[in-house]
Design a protein. Structure first.
Length: 433
């Protein structure tokens, strides 16, 4: 049968002379007929099973042809990654682990006790309980494998040691990039016992205003289209706008941005009488443009917040244009700040008449007047971990301002991370649709 097919194909391929008086072919025509075919299977290649030699060694093949040869996806990918650009795992780059070849790159699967991009860092942490597992940002435990893994906030990626985080965008969250300007010492300072900040020193700070420009509250930028503030700041309000990149409350500044709020979402369980769940999200009518004066704060994971950021005694920074007392409403001219320590919940509960729920944090020092006050509401309470600033709380309420036997109470942001991300994701999906 094969002989018959072979003869048939040869006869079909043999050119018929047209208008020729010679019984001989020219050397050019003869070479076309007598040329030796070196490829495997030659002209019968479509009649025989695929082979690496025929499809990929003697001529370039594509992924579809390779998949016909190797049949399974795993075998095809294993061949293809080496065929396209060579074997990235030669010589072996992984110090203590197995190398997996990819197109243009490789990855290492580390042996037990080793980590890092090249498996060349000995594992010093198997869980997140001590020093955040050695992670600069986020630590996640894998109880089954008795391992922990590190990850980074949006805009960062892990370095080769798989512990530290490096920015991969121009304006990452939680990193101040300002050329600081010293404040004018002649301006009176607000926030009880506060200090004047420096321009650009709190680029996530937001000023919330009414439609007529009346100063209302503070807020904090967490996303190009979203601001967090206290629910009591927006309760029953309409026609809100935010100003970002602000330092001087009255003066127009070249780097500031003003954006209208097209929607606000107060927490569904916000209770005005107890100030529980005192948090709201403001969706901006248009995304803000990041600059060294307008940047988002980083949101922590719940694990990082509970293990590291809200430890008793951890130093917090609160910013705002608030008043100096609860009997005056003359707000600060310049954005100011205070540094206060986190207070244990039981200590705070004993000092305050009103209940301290699990959704609240307390900060301040007994005998110290440093405190947030009217006008600071909704503003950020932040703390620095390693080289990055994270949002811990929102200014919520207090019993008076600056009283030495009282503390400031703040909304515990880590309780609402899933709620925040859900609203951001829903809006992103609806705008795409």
């Amino acid at each position: 049968m094969w002989k018959l097919i072979t003869i048939g194909v040869l006869l079909a391929a043999w050119p018929s002379p047209v208008c020729s008086t010679s019984i001989f072919y020219s050397s050019k025509d003869a070479s076309q007929v007598l040329r030796v075919q070196k490829r495997a299977n030659s002209f019968l290649e479509e009649l025989k099973p695929g082979s690496v030699e025929r499809e990929c060694a003697e001529e370039l093949c594509d992924f579809e042809e390779a998949s016909e040869i190797f049949e399974t996806k795993e075998a095809t990918l294993d061949f293809w990654t080496k065929y396209v650009d060579g074997d990235q795992c030669e010589p072996q780059p992984c110090a203590h682990g197995l190398c997996k070849d990819n197109i243009g790159e490789f990855s290492c699967v580390c042996s037990e006790g080793w980590e890092g991009a090249l498996c060349n860092h000995e594992v010093k942490f198997t869980n997140c309980s001590v020093s955040n597992g050695g992670c600069e940002h986020f630590c996640r435990e894998d109880p089954a494998g008795q391992r922990r893994s590190c990850s980074c906030a949006s805009g960062y990626q892990l370095t080769k040691d798989h512990r530290m985080c490096k920015p991969v965008v121009e304006f990452p969250c939680g990193r101040v990039k300002a050329d600081y300007v010293e404040p004018n010492a002649g301006f009176k300072i607000r926030l009880i016992e506060g200090k004047a900040g420096r321009r650009g020193g709190s680029p996530w700070q937001v000023m919330l205003q009414s439609s007529k420009g009346r100063f209302m509250c503070g807020g904090v930028l967490i996303h190009p289209s979203w601001v967090l503030t206290a629910a009591h700041c927006v309760d029953g309000e309409e026609g809100l706008k935010v100003r970002l990149g602000k330092y001087h409350r009255f003066r127009a500044e070249s780097d500031e941005q003003t954006v209208w709020v097209d929607k606000y979402v107060s927490h569904e369980n916000y209770t005005k009488d107890t100030s529980d769940n005192d948090i709201a999200m403001l969706r901006l009518a248009e995304p803000v443009m990041y600059s060294k004066y307008v940047l988002p704060i980083c949101l922590p994971t719940r694990g990082l917040a509970e293990r590291e950021l809200t430890r008793t005694g951890k130093e917090m920074v609160v910013t705002g244009w608030g008043s100096t007392s609860d009997v005056q409403s003359n707000y600060s001219t310049l954005l100011s700040y205070i540094e206060i320590p986190m207070v244990a919940r039981n200590v705070c509960a004993q000092a305050m008449r009103s209940a301290i729920s699990d959704n609240m944090l307390c900060a301040g020092s007994p005998g110290d007047r440093k405190d947030s006050c009217s006008g600071d509401s909704g503003g950020p309470m932040i703390t620095r971990y390693k080289d990055t600033w994270f949002l811990v709380g929102l200014v919520s309420w207090g019993e008076g301002c600056g009283r030495k036997d009282k503390f400031g109470v703040y909304t515990k942001v880590s309780q609402y991370l899933e709620w925040i991300q859900t609203h951001i994701a829903e809006t992103a999906a609806s705008r795409k649709g």
